[in-house]
Design a protein around this ligand. Sequence first.
Ligand SMILES: C[S@@+](CC[C@H](N)C(=O)[O-])C[C@H]1O[C@@H](n2cnc3c(N)ncnc32)[C@H](O)[C@@H]1O
Length: 277
Amino acid sequence: MNARSLLSDAEAQLAEAGVASPRVDAELLLSHVTGVPRSLLLVAARPNELQHRSFTELVEARARRVPLQHLTGSTAFRFVDLEVGPGVFIPRPETEVLAGWAVEQAVLVDEPVVVDLCTGSGAIALSIVQEVPGAVVHAVELDEPAFGWAQRNLAGTGVDLRLGDAADAFADLDGQVDVVVSNPPYIPLDAWESVAPEVRDHDPSLALWSGDDGLDAMRMIESTAWRLLKVGGAVGVEHADAQGESAPAVFAARWSDVRDQPDLAGRPRFVTARKPR
Ligand SMILES: C[S@@+](CC[C@H](N)C(=O)[O-])C[C@H]1O[C@@H](n2cnc3c(N)ncnc32)[C@H](O)[C@@H]1O
């Protein structure tokens, strides 16, 4: 079977299974199996029998709503590629904007000290250490399997990665940090029904749920950031699009410059604030 027919059959199978982007996913899986770039598949891919069989198995798994990135084993985030798989939250495109904000804050400072709380795969920490020359980056993750993925992704980068709870992490850095950034869990416990199967069945639960209003982790990050930051330091924390007012409210009492910021789709996505001088 040629690439064209394989792709159209796979696209139909994935569409039938309710996958949101069936053609793109089919192309990415065929590219993964054959090693041919996605844009050249129709002209250059000639799948042999083994590749054909692997592709069929991967499409079947994707039709069971296994995340695409678990099947390919990696995902792109800003300018880096990360290894991902079972046991770690897959970094999302909307978080790239938050990471970009953290980069912009960090480059304003000479040899900035940056902390990524709830690092997961290490996506934000890795972006900062790659994009900000001279940055001293620290990251913490509570979940052991996720920590293992972060160890692999951050190996050799110089990031100080620790296994632990963001609530009491980095006591040795109190008052010395320029930028705190975090994409913590933020889904309310009762929102189970509205979450896609790829997320609910494959992202670790510690990465998703955060109390009745989804803001338990936000309150914890607010407190840790207050402890860690220098006077004048900045914090940025991602939240759900429905939390565009409730998330900034967590920072209302004692922070300055509290702002809510949109993602690329224009939806409320992260709150930023500064520790007052
Ligand atoms: C939504 S995921 C985000 C991961 C990563 N920052 C990203 O953007 O891809 C949240 C992460 O926070 C971790 N986590 C949850 N509670 C934590 C805590 N109290 N301390 C440290 N990490 C925590 C979870 O295990 C998960 O890896």
